[in-house]
Design a protein around this ligand. Sequence first.
Ligand SMILES: [Zn+2]
Length: 246
Amino acid sequence: MPARETEAIILKTFPLGEADRVVSFLGRTSGRLRGVAAGARRLKNRFGSTLEILSHVQIWYVERETRELVRIQQAELLDSLHKAQSDYGLSTGLAVISEIAELVLPEHEVSEAMFRLILLCAREIERTGNWELPLSYFAFWTVRLGGWLPRFDRCAACQAAFDAGPAFYDARRAGLFCGKCRRPGMKPLQGEARALAERFTGERLDRIAYDKSMRGCVDELRAAAFAWIELNAERRLTTPELLETA
Ligand SMILES: [Zn+2]
């Protein structure tokens, strides 16, 4: 089979045998694929630093008819996330993006919107040296692109319009709920956090200036989006816990 070529984002890698790596990547024209990078664990190898988490690369691979994994022949770095990848705190932010992308993207399905979203958010973590706003934006847009975003203006149970106060959610039920319909254990999403969601809908991440006064609503909106991702993927996310230690 002839080699194929695509622009790609490396999602995750893990060791295979003594010398190789399995690489999960999101190809712009191939969708999410998994492949083997032979020799990638050797000290001197032709992949260099191209297989780091969320690296933006050009990748060449060969499909093998009978196997699930493609063979990765070559990868070249298109732009660097060196600062974020080599910093523990920032790399946990990249790991959250990677885990969510793995969870929500079906294999072999092209998603230009998710490709651009991941690229934008990873670059902003690198550029600003902070994951707080980029991760909120990423999680919110993942929910929106997935079609899982509840109504932000009225209660999912009784249909009452929200005022400026908190609405409530959890990872067990779809929707946002009013104070009367909230169940025990539900978390609040304040009016400011819902207003931030409006901004995310209309403005590009790299045009939103982040200051620390936004932190509370940025955190709240991110937590709500994580809950809706978990609800729809029917899986718990494991990497957000690491953020607290970063
Ligand atoms: Zn209600």
